[in-house]
Design a protein around this ligand. Structure first.
Ligand SMILES: [Zn+2]
Length: 279
């Protein structure tokens, strides 16, 4: 099942010095302006549950390993480790505007970026990084004002409509128009595997009633939510055009041999990263 998905020609995997990364078709025409990727678990130095390309400092891994993994990813993307800025995710909807002075925060220097699930910038040569292991990565590139944003949309962030928050923040900060935005909803847990309890279903039906059409249940099974579809609808409700949204067909739990999956690895796993930088 996963093998077929991975081989889908929609999925642009590339490998450099052993590091395997994924790019998205919708951004390919902007290669002169934009660096982007979603990482896999392949090509790093970490061992055990973080084998091998863990990019999270909060996982059970050594700092040395994580830094080496970043160096390898930076080399593959041709970006500088000094330019990286990390989020500090708490499953909320706060988005931070990132400036030149933020470079290195969370990786090479101490960070005052606390409780932030999304990062935006219109500055060049700042690499935004957010983290995942089943949650939904949301990428936005504003082709009009040339600005970028990344948001971590787990089920809580999805319920809080963090994707809408990012669209609105980019509009407020940069004058970005939703109709100029190209968006990606990246690899994350699919509806096939995202089983939830009644309390989560109730929270969605109360918080965003229109999400009802993305929640279903077969006889004798648990409820399942299509988080990627909910995030896509949130972007469309915010003015992003459907034809400008690419939704990855990869389920991280089904494809846990390639991607870290919190549910697939029963919590003992590493962190994947979404990375975006203007150049
Ligand atoms: Zn799945």
């Amino acid at each position: 099942m996963c093998t077929d998905t991975i081989k889908d020609d929609k999925n642009l995997f590339f490998q450099k010095n052993g590091v395997k990364l994924l790019k998205f078709r919708i951004f390919e025409q902007y290669n002169d302006k934009l660096v982007h990727c979603f990482t896999t678990r392949i090509g790093g130095v970490s061992t055990g549950e973080c084998e091998s390309l863990n990019l999270g400092f909060k996982r059970r891994d050594s700092r040395e390993n994580v830094i080496e993994n970043y160096k390898r990813v930076c080399s593959a993307l041709d970006i500088n480790i000094e330019d990286i800025v990390l989020s500090d995710q708490v499953h909320d909807k706060k988005i931070k505007t990132v400036y030149e002075s933020d470079r290195g925060k969370g990786i090479l220097k101490n960070s005052d970026i606390i409780g932030v699930d999304g990062l935006i910038t219109n500055k060049k040569n700042i690499a935004l990084v957010t983290f995942y292991a089943d949650c939904v990565p949301v990428y936005i590139f504003d082709t009009g004002k040339t600005a970028i944003g990344l948001a971590h949309s787990g089920w809580k962030g999805t319920l809080k409509e963090i994707a809408r928050e990012m669209v609105e923040k980019m509009h407020a900060e940069y004058g970005s128009r939703p109709s100029d935005m190209k968006a990606v909803i990246g690899p994350s847990i699919g509806k096939c595997c995202f089983e939830v309890g009644d309390e989560v279903v109730d929270a969605f039906l109360t918080g965003i009633p229109w999400s009802k059409s993305f929640i279903s249940k077969n006889d004798g099974e648990k409820w399942k939510i299509d988080l990627k579809a909910v995030v896509k609808k949130t972007l469309m409700n915010s003015g992003v055009l459907e034809e400008n949204i690419e939704v990855s067909n990869i389920c991280t739990k089904c494809c846990k041999s390639i991607f870290f999956s919190y549910r697939g690895d029963e919590g003992k796993t590493g962190s994947l990263a979404a990375i975006m930088q203007l150049k």
